[in-house]
Design a protein around this ligand. Structure first.
Ligand SMILES: [Mg+2]
Length: 243
């Protein structure tokens, strides 16, 4: 684990295979994906589930996926709120999900502020927390799904061999627009990150018309992603891809 980061896996009673390459997971971002993005949430009173998100998680659990929340919490690294604040918000999120009938397998968070060493930070799109989750819970990263409202949530799919799904809640709609703009701006040449974002936008464009299952497989190889309106839409898409 890199300096300045922290992870708090909370194992639940459900058994997961101990072997590497075991159970597949849906890795879901928190803010803007499961709960409303209230911009550096530090107060449990600000936690509000996005409508349909607990039902979506339940649907994914029924399909047999492990459910792992992976969240960047740079507000801690920036000094905007404390680790204790984060834990209170996380507990309230879990409480509301549990009340709606779903308990996730684990939650991992990264406290790093942006601008750290990209080789060591746990901040998404770093694969660090996903790999830790895979070790802790015996998960197969290849074939897993990476869902969130920012490209940094879906780009790890390219590194780890899964499928990314950008949701349009939270920052998702603007991220989609930005990715499409980047795709145009970097058509000739770009930095690796910009090129990956361009790839994501390219596949998202195609997803509206072409065969989605084929695109999902392609996305695992080429850093693309699919797009859904929200987590409920992502769950529906995953169910179709898995059928
Ligand atoms: Mg988010």
């Amino acid at each position: 684990m890199s300096t300045g980061s922290a992870a708090a896996p909370r194992r639940q009673g459900r058994g997961v295979p101990a072997a590497r390459g075991g159970r597949r997971a849906v890795f879901a971002d928190r803010d803007g994906t499961i709960i409303e993005d209230r911009h550096y949430i530090a107060d449990p009173a600000d936690v509000a589930l996005i409508p349909g998100s607990p039902e979506a998680l339940t649907r994914l659990r029924t399909l047999g996926f492990a459910l792992v929340v992976v969240t960047n919490q740079s507000g801690i690294g920036r000094g905007l709120y404390t680790l204790a604040d984060y834990r209170r918000v996380a507990a309230e999120t879990d409480r509301q999900l549990k009340r709606a009938g779903i308990v996730v397998d684990a939650t991992y968070f990264c406290t790093d502020a942006p601008g750290g060493d990209p080789r060591t930070t746990c901040r998404k799109p770093s694969p660090v927390l996903y790999r830790q989750a895979a070790r802790d819970l015996g998960l197969a990263l290849a074939g897993s799904y990476f869902v969130g409202d920012k490209l940094s949530d879906v780009l790890p799919a390219a590194t780890l061999g899964g499928t990314g799904i950008l949701v349009r809640t939270g920052h998702g709609a603007s991220e989609e627009a930005r990715a499409r703009e980047d795709a145009r701006a970097t058509q000739e040449a770009g930095t690796p990150r910009e090129a990956r974002m361009a790839g994501a936008a390219k596949v998202a464009d195609e997803a509206e018309t072409a065969d989605e299952a084929s695109l999902a497989r392609k996305s695992g190889r080429e850093a693309g992603c699919l797009v859904a309106d929200d987590l409920a839409g992502a769950a529906e898409l995953i169910e179709r891809l898995e059928s």
